[in-house]
Design a protein around this ligand. Structure first.
Ligand SMILES: [Zn+2]
Length: 315
């Protein structure tokens, strides 16, 4: 089984050996109830699904919107408000099954690699741009976690020295420019500086403080010049980040997913052109940029596959 614990929604699924979702359930996470209550609810959803399908899960894989250590303890999870939660141990005790826990984006990367857009690749990079920005690295046929599980935290790769304040809380991080929250903040600033040019954004959002990445995407769809400009800058920042990553990681495939990726028209060709112009020639030889294929299921499919196939640091 695969479990994806996000800030707002938790998904649980029986996942077959070919990555197919056999049965699934979604619940509101409501993390403010405390980890204990949320873990007990996940265990009860797992029991109900197992009973309904008359199947017993071989193992349970969890991807959580959190920093997770190798024992499966949530070290820190700003989106959940949890810290020092021994998630793997507690869920294991509640379900009496082996439990593996990793970061949700690393789980999604594993899912896209094994069963999605990256099938069969030895070297790939996943980039998920939603409200936050995260990623995952597969190099030489292995998913990479790093010394303390932060490999793939590409949202917090600085792209501007002394730049915009991030939520991490560094400055100039990629996420502070292209994350959904950052696009909204940049658009609100533009609307404060140039209220007349921001008329369409203000009309769509109702008021300045409600302008979001989605507002910008909607306005750009209606050919609003300011929104188009904000998105063009966003593409520029994302290109800068990708150029560095492509040079350093040297993937064969870059997989892009997440709400912001969906919300920028024609993004992939624009990124392809930008990366092709600016990255090292050797790093872009045979490089392909693709859209993620598993959508919102990538995390639970990947977590289930990690649980089934064994996490690399235990092999
Ligand atoms: Zn950051």
């Amino acid at each position: 089984m695969g479990v994806d614990i996000g800030g707002t929604t938790t998904s649980v699924a029986f996942v077959g050996a070919r990555g197919e979702v056999l049965a699934s359930e979604r619940r509101a996470t409501r993390p403010e109830r405390g980890a204990e209550v949320v873990i007990e609810e996940i265990a009860s959803v797992i029991r109900d699904l197992a009973e309904a399908r008359e199947m017993v899960p071989a193992a349970i894989g969890v991807g959580a919107a959190a920093q997770v250590d190798r024992e499966g303890t949530v070290v820190a999870a700003p989106n959940l408000g949890w810290s020092a939660v021994p998630l793997a141990r507690r869920l294991g005790r509640a379900t009496r099954r082996p439990v593996v826990v990793t970061n949700d984006v690393r789980a999604a990367t594993y899912g896209e690699w094994r069963f999605g857009a990256g099938r069969g690749a030895r070297d790939l990079l996943c980039v998920f741009v939603g409200t936050g920005v995260g990623g995952g690295i597969v190099a030489d046929g292995r998913i990479r976690f790093g010394a303390t599980e932060t490999a793939g935290e590409i949202g917090h790769m600085p792209i501007v020295h002394g730049g915009r304040r991030c939520r991490c809380p560094g400055r100039g991080c990629l996420e502070a420019y292209v994350g959904g929250w950052a696009i909204g903040a940049r658009a609100q600033e533009a609307a404060r500086e140039e209220p007349r040019r921001a008329a369409e954004l203000l009309r769509l959002a109702g008021r300045r403080s409600r302008i979001s990445a989605r507002t910008v995407s909607l306005a750009a769809g209606r050919k609003d010049p300011l929104a188009a400009e904000i998105l063009a800058e966003t593409v520029g920042y994302l290109t800068t980040g990708l150029v560095g990553l492509v040079n350093v990681v040297n993937p064969r495939i870059v997989i892009l997913g997440g709400g912001v990726v969906e919300g920028i028209p024609g993004l992939l060709p624009r990124l392809r052109a930008g990366v092709g112009r600016s990255a090292l020639a050797a790093a872009t030889e045979g490089l392909t940029l693709l859209r993620a294929r598993l959508g919102g299921d990538a995390g639970m499919i990947g977590a289930a596959a990690l649980a089934r196939e064994g996490v690399p640091w235990r092999s």
